[in-house]
Design a protein around this ligand. Structure first.
Ligand code: GDD
Length: 409
């Protein structure tokens, strides 16, 4: 048997995702019309003998309750949310819930970060992992040398694929091969995590002799049950024939900002073309809008036949789009109203917002620039003919004059 664990983090981790994380946990933010965490969960469907899926985080349980029960029914595999009382780090969380995770005596444990976007080649990783015979195999990808320092950089043996060296977000360049945050382990990983904790304890006891060192320790050291997979496990155990790498040639992105969520929404829509084309709007039939490229429209949304939608547009529940509206490269969240001839381009429009007639909400289309994607928080009103360009508008604001390159607090 195999189990999968998805690390979803908690409310303090989502700060770069503001204002979209104010009232929805980041893992539930919709990409291509499905919660972010839904994409790794669906990928688990391809794993043979999957016994359970666990989501580990420190969000309140009730925030995930509805989603977890509906996805369990859909997949016919139990999906459980396990709440940490405090953050234990990406490896500490796994250890904290080891009894539940080992309940079905799995031979392998998948561990996935929830904030990455890729095609999750899980069966392929399992296959490779069995061949390598280590305690873990990590998904890796080549990125540009300039962007590598945002991730864990690593060196792998080109022939055996063994992980030889690992440095988390190094200041000086190590390698353009990076950690994708998708792993497969044998249960021995739990012993490796437990070793980190007990060594920390020993060190703490040893150092109690010097008060200077005790002070240093208090400011620098971590609680013994806080264990990071990257710094505390991969770095020290690299080059010891314990970890191996599986390189993906397919797409991979990290989702830390609203701009990246728009990009990843498009990547998942494109993937739907191959995996679940019935989820994409087709635009045929006389009552439906004109659809261009990959578009998701929730069945409860009402889009006027003269509106033109796409490419890369995702429209959530109960949205109303009036005649002549034009939507390109955007995410429209639940209960938004878009009035006649409004234009939305390179933007995310928050829950219950309203865009007036002939209004325009537009970003420049640079996913990495701070104001490259225009973001409207929840319940923002944009009045008729008002233009909002390269801006972020916090919840509950009403704009009656046009703005450009501004953060409206
Ligand atoms: N449950 C729980 N508890 N989840 C956590 C905790 C915790 O205490 N800390 C982090 N996470 C989750 C985050 O929500 C995220 O999904 C994942 O674990 C990794 O988060 P971080 O440890 O903050 O690392 P990162 O995202 O900056 O970088 C990691 O992922 C990159 C790939 O996206 C590193 O492993 C990098 O090396 C890697 O390139």
């Amino acid at each position: 048997k195999v189990v999968a664990v998805i690390m979803v983090g908690g409310p303090t981790k989502g700060t770069r995702f503001r204002p979209l994380s104010f009232n929805t946990p980041k893992p539930l933010f919709p990409l291509a019309g499905q919660p972010m965490v839904h994409h790794p969960i669906s990928a688990c469907k391809r794993i043979a003998n999957l016994a359970q899926i666990f989501l580990i985080g420190f969000y309140e349980e009730r925030e995930f309750a509805l989603y977890v029960s509906s996805i369990s029914n859909e997949l016919k595999v139990p999906v459980r949310y396990l709440k940490e009382d405090k953050p234990h780090g990406s490896a500490g969380g796994l250890y904290y819930f080891r009894d539940l995770i080992m309940e079905d005596s799995p031979s392998h444990i998948f561990l996935l970060n929830c904030d990455v976007c890729c095609n999750f080649p899980l069966p392929e990783m399992l296959e490779a992992h069995k061949k390598y015979g280590g305690i873990g195999t990590l998904l890796v990808i080549k990125v540009s040398a300039e962007s590598a320092n945002e991730f864990g950089e690593l060196v792998a043996d080109p022939n055996t694929k063994e992980l030889l060296h690992y440095t988390e977000k190094p200041e000086t360049f190590v390698s353009d091969l990076i950690n994708c945050g998708v792993y497969i382990f044998t249960p021995e990983i739990l012993d490796a995590i437990s070793n980190v904790s007990s060594h920390r304890e020993d060190r703490a006891n040893l150092r109690r002799v010097s008060s200077f060192e005790a002070l240093q320790l208090a400011t620098r050291s971590l609680p013994k049950d806080f264990v990071r997979l990257d710094q505390d496990i991969l770095s020290p155990l690299a080059g010891k024939k314990k970890f191996y790498t599986y390189e993906t040639m397919d797409f991979w992105e990290q989702i830390k900002t609203p701009g990246m969520s728009l990009k990843c929404s498009g990547l998942y829509l494109a993937q739907f073309r191959h995996t679940t084309p019935h989820l994409l709007a087709s635009g045929d039939g006389t009552r439906s809008a004109k659809v261009v490229g990959d578009v998701y429209i929730h069945p409860s949304a009402k889009v006027h036949p003269t509106a033109k939608i796409g490419p890369n547009v995702s429209i959530s529940a109960n949205v109303r789009v009036a005649a002549g509206a034009r939507l390109i490269n955007c995410i429209i969240l639940d209960d938004v109203e878009i009035k006649e001839n409004a234009v939305v381009l390179h933007a995310i429009v928050g829950w219950k917002s309203s865009l007036g007639k002939w209004s325009r909400v537009q970003g420049q289309g640079d996913y990495n620039a701070k104001l490259g994607t225009t973001i409207l928080g929840e319940s923002v009103g944009v009045e008729d003919e008002v233009v909002v360009i390269n801006s972020i508008v916090l919840p509950h604001k009403t704009l009656n004059v046009s703005v450009q390159e501004e953060i409206i607090l």
